[in-house]
Design a protein. Structure first.
Length: 261
């Protein structure tokens, strides 16, 4: 049986690379996929969204990625990554690392396939948290979100999905995501910043969110990581793509408790 060309299992850029096949018979990524996952093995709840863009004329694959936990400064993270990379890597490559736009954090990739990206996010203090980001579905991805003074949310993802929702003053938000293929997905989420500490603890969530109640549900423009079906939102205002996130936050979770304040 003829051996197929093996390109290593560890590969490429967060998307930067179309790469891969790291194991025998694995096919290279040829479309422009998006991925979503969470940081693992850490009390920090943070979403990781990664998008691979079309190859350029030099055969390099641009990518963009966003890691956010929905907390405000100073402990919150709202980290943007972007770059260019080759369309494949050498077989002996163990991992690839890419700096954030500020150069203080890193995104490491150890495996890339059409179904999932494996790697780690390394914060400004050098602390690493693993992630597995799966091929995005049900509207997951990176969104530019607007919140108006009547607490209406409207957002568009980098891949064209549309989000519309309405929050109440207690922090309960309902709405729909309409995907580019016409699928309408309802969501119902709650503000972590406005939840009681006892409720957060009951669901295994840290109490840190309540410290940012005054920074929550403030009208403005946000860059957010949104999970499949709108089940979790993590976002910040400001020039996130330039490494200067603002003060105000989005931290919404689908946990089965409603805020009754």
């Amino acid at each position: 049986m003829r051996r197929m060309l093996v390109v290593t299992s560890l590969v490429v850029v967060v998307g930067v690379l179309a790469i891969v096949g790291a194991t025998r018979g694995a096919a290279a990524v040829t479309h422009n996929p998006s991925y979503f996952g969470f940081l693992l093995g850490t009390p920090r709840i943070a979403g990781v969204a990664i998008e691979l863009l079309p190859l350029d004329a030099q055969g390099r694959r641009p990518f963009r990625a966003y890691v956010c936990d929905g907390l405000g400064p100073p402990q919150g993270i709202s980290i943007w990554f972007t770059g260019l990379g080759p369309a494949a890597v050498a077989p002996d490559t163990r991992s690839l690392s890419f700096p954030s736009v500020t150069g203080r954090e890193q995104l490491r990739f150890t495996s890339v396939s059409e179904r999932a990206l494996h790697g780690a996010f390394v914060d400004a203090n050098g602390v690493a948290a693993q992630f597995v980001a799966y091929a995005a579905f049900d509207g997951a991805g990176i969104y530019q979100v607007t919140l108006d003074s009547d607490l209406n949310y409207r957002g568009t993802s980098t891949t064209g999905d549309i989000l519309e929702g309405r929050a109440d003053r207690a922090g309960n938000t309902s709405g729909t995501i309409t995907t580019t293929d016409g699928q309408r997905i309802p969501f119902d989420v709650n503000s972590l910043a406005l939840a009681a500490p006892a409720d957060l603890a009951l669901h295994g969530l840290p109490p840190d969110y309540t410290s940012f109640a005054a920074l929550n549900q403030v009208p403005g423009e946000y860059v957010a990581v949104i999970a499949p079906g709108g089940s979790h939102w993590f976002g910040r205002t400001g020039a996130v793509q330039l490494g200067s996130p603002g003060l105000f936050i989005i931290g919404l979770d689908k946990k089965e408790f409603r805020i009754l304040r």
